[in-house]
Ligand binder design. Sequence first.
Ligand SMILES: [Fe+2]
Length: 187
Amino acid sequence: MSDLTVYLENDARRPEFRTADPALMAGHLAHIGILYERWTADAPLPASADADAVQRAYAAPIDRLKAARRFCTADVVRVTPKTDGVEALRAKFLYEHTHAEDEARFFVEGAGAFYIHLDRRVFRVLCGTGDLLSIPAGTPHWFDMGPRPRFTTIRFFSRPEGWMATPTGDTIAARFPLFETEAVEAA
Ligand SMILES: [Fe+2]
């Protein structure tokens, strides 16, 4: 269910390009400096898995990415519609911003949409289970977890203070389609 939709930055209604092919997604995103990979767990992951179990199940690709990108730590974040303050949490990243360090996320389960603003285009990456996306420091982007969020991601950090979001001041996020989790759940 993962896909990539590319829009010209001044036309949010008619996508220029769309694909759900993982190799094509990786190729198009690599062209603008974004790392996209599909990962699989080394061992089955029960629904009740805690953060430690999640990290153990994906130990090999986690260690590989840490070494390749010089990330020193990783943690696990789980968000559901019942998470405290979930509306505020959604709003927190629903405007264009940058970070002083790479934003790397691996989706253990669930889904969310990243919107990357580069090359006078918006690249909307709908991430689902098994997707790794790494957005370089300084890249304008926003993230929509949808109105009824449900996802578990592993987050990677090179230095915790770099993770603060810096708004670009551009209101472009308001012009682009929101991520509708209902459509994903029905697929
Ligand atoms: Fe971000």
